[in-house]
Design a binder for this molecule. Structure first.
Ligand code: 8IG
Length: 269
């Protein structure tokens, strides 16, 4: 492992030690990163034991996107200790890949064996109305960035845990699966870029998750990815995209997503 990966891990250990001290929970079992539209689902996860702002945790930054509160919560889900991050740093914030993946590294340093990555995204399948949750089966990293440093040849076969996807489909048999294309953003795509993504096999599009999932695998975590389709991808609906519909789709689907997350965190082990 190269020195910058070790430095990133050291920053995560520092963050994890603050989290343990401030929450009174020495070790967590599973981490959930809540993206656009997912915040209303958070309260269904379990009992909040402690809450602190990202700005109190070493090397975390307050998110700049609407709907990302920048709060860490320790939640007790019938004995499973859940580390919930409400909000994340995106590549387009220009804090660098290590800032984007610090939450996942911190989850590993805090003792988690599983990370659930959620996001709000565009859908390329016309069957997915706004408010449809979709399991991520695989991703295409279109950012041109790598979250790993040096000659770290990490295998990404089955990156998105087949075991946890099966569990999700047992909980909700109507869940579809998709391939997530991560763009850098912050602009949404052009219709031609969506055409390209569809051509190479993508069915979901967003600005997060893939880089975090890669680090999850590199850190030995089991990774689950859950997308909430909040809008049809550019050029599909004939209407421009806007962030308000993202937040509205989250509010409308909170119960379904919260119920799914609540069962997954209890049954993941
Ligand atoms: I919510 O259509 C959400 N996030 N890149 N494209 C990209 N990111 C998104 C989209 C989308 N919708």
């Amino acid at each position: 492992m190269c020195s910058s990966d070790l430095e990133a891990q050291a920053r995560a250990v520092e963050a994890a030690s603050t989290i343990a001290a401030r929450t009174g929970v020495p070790q967590h079992d599973i981490a959930v990163i809540l993206g656009s539209g997912w915040a209303p689902a958070a309260r269904l996860l379990g009992d909040t034991v402690a809450e602190l702002p990202f700005t109190d945790i070493p090397h975390f930054a307050a998110p700049t996107a609407d709907g990302h509160s920048g709060t860490l919560r320790s939640v007790d889900a019938d004995g499973t200790r859940v580390l919930v991050l409400l909000g994340r740093t995106h590549l387009y914030e220009e804090r660098g890949v290590d800032a984007v993946t610090h939450g996942v590294r911190t989850a590993a340093a805090a003792g988690c064996s599983t990370v659930i990555l959620t996001n709000g995204c565009g859908g390329l399948d016309p069957d997915w109305a706004p408010g449809t949750p979709v399991l991520i089966r695989d991703h295409i990293n279109l950012t041109g960035a790598s979250p790993l440093h040096g000659a770290d040849f990490v295998d990404l076969t089955d990156l998105y845990s087949p075991r946890l996807r099966t569990l999700c489909r047992e909980i909700d048999p109507s869940l579809a699966e998709g391939v997530y294309g991560q763009f850098r953003g912050p602009m949404y795509e052009t219709p031609a870029e969506i055409h390209m993504l569809r051509t190479i096999g993508g069915t979901l599009v967003g600005m997060s998750t893939a880089l975090e999932a890669i680090v999850g695998r590199a850190e030995g975590l089991e990774v689950l990815g859950l997308s909430l389709v909040t809008n049809a991808a550019a050029g599909m609906s004939g209407r421009p995209l806007n962030h308000e519909e993202v937040l509205a789709a989250g509010r409308a689907s909170a119960e379904r997503m919260g119920a799914l997350l609540a069962r997954v965190v209890r049954e993941a082990r």
